[in-house]
Design a protein around this ligand. Sequence first.
Ligand code: DHE
Length: 530
Amino acid sequence: MKKQIGSALPPILAAVLAAGIAGSVSAKGLQPVPKMTDQEMKDAAFIYFDRCSGCHGALRKGATGPNITPEKTRKKTLAKLEKIIYEGTDGGMPGWGKDGFLTKEQTKLMARFVQNDPPEPPQWNLKDMKKSWKVHVPVDKRPTKPPKSNWQNYFGVIQRDAGKVSIVDGDTKKILSTVDSGFAVHILRSSASGRYMYAIGRDGRASMVDLWADPPNLVAEVRIAIDARSLDTSKYKGFEDKYVVAGGYWPPHYAILDGDTLEPLKVVSTIGYTYDTGDFHPEPRVASIVASHTAPEWILNVKETGIVLLVDYSRMDTGTVTETMINAERFLHDGGWDSTKRYFLVAANARDTISVIDTLERKLVKNIVTGTKPHPGRGANWVDPEFGKVWATVHLGEGLVSIISTDPTKDYAWTVVREWKLDGNSLFIKTHPKSKHVYCDNTINKNKSNVLTVFSIDNPTAPPKELTFEKKVVHMEYNKAGDEVWVSLWDKDGELVIIDDKTLKVKHRIKGLDNPTGKFNVYNTMYDIY
Ligand code: DHE
């Protein structure tokens, strides 16, 4: 008689065994699991964390990039995987070998690695954060007055591969200081008062620079996660500079820190269920975070579950936070405010959607379908001569600027009212309330990565102008006055190029920077001007 598997087993164990058996049936036709030494696994895990996990996830279940768990990767030969890793894809995956980041040997190693089960990523608890916490300059040893300079026109500039942040005086264009920050440092944000600039590295290290010090210096740091991308501070009246919140990619959680010292105060998990199908997800990563100016709240976008959290920090003095969970769309990534700072527009990039959140009525207004993989950074707000107030995004997957009406009094509100074509995929878009131009980079367009495309606000149907540079150009930021645009030439021997916004001529260059990427003007970042 045939034995019935699971008939005498507790239901949970039976389910596990049945799943295992189903797995071995579907294992038919899969490539064998390549053997790897412990050292090879270690080396590959390091590369994976540095280059791949941001898009594919620590558990490889996919988000901006597809699911690459072994049941998918073992359907391909090693040669096919090596080709994808080395040359990239039209879907937006970089050519890691072709672009000079991985050698042929490393490419082969990574192809074998992704056919193996992912190693279990470690946990990172409040006590680990506390152990990593360092205050370099105690609060009572810091200056009590701001410097005489126009410090609100300082810029924080990321030197990504050096893991450093430079503070540049926007008036004199001099580098005032360069401080250590996290590995592959990702973004900077200003405190509500503008005095502190906070950085987050991909290794989860949050660092805090005091701009009142002469020269600006690193005053505190803490590691909030193993892998992270974003942070912001409390900006609501009465809570200015009081707290910092930082989001983890792994572990999937957010940590609330003291705004003066970065002391870790509380950690909250984002593990849960997808908003639509209600499926359990083990890795819902915290993507963009923004501080509300009109409520004691942060808006946290949880990528894999598609849920926007409004986190009320007004009772943090008792260790309490309140979460409002808004169903939006899966694969939330980056986003920014409309010009009134009531509506937050966030890209669900793998769903080709912009979700609009009304932070006053605390609900989703609409999911707007745009082009392939919208990627706004924080987006750009201006007044279109025909449609009035608009906000716009560029796309990772196609050469398109989608321009969305943000005026709720119009019957075309929250629809795409205008589109501009680019020659290929783009990363960031930027303008300023005082500018007549909208800038788009072409960083991930293989043929034009050294070109900025500039559209005219007053003449939106005119062909755009192009500014050409010697090297790959990425991310734009205005100065406080809104009459200069700062861009990064992204290279080992990189530089900042400062453009006169009226004439579109180069005004100044700051050389000798190691892979400069994002740059953030203090005033514009304090007030979320973009
Ligand atoms: Fe970013 C913003 C995540 C790759 C430079 N990036 C963001 C935000 C997220 C994010 C969630 C929004 C933060 C916010 O507003 O709170 N970025 C990711 C990734 O997961 C991804 C795709 C892959 C990875 O492994 O990290 C990734 N990012 C990059 C880059 O390759 C860039 C160009 C250079 C770098 O750091 O390696 C890059 N991301 C930036 C910058 C911003 C950003 C400069 C902030 C834009 C702004 O103006 O606010």
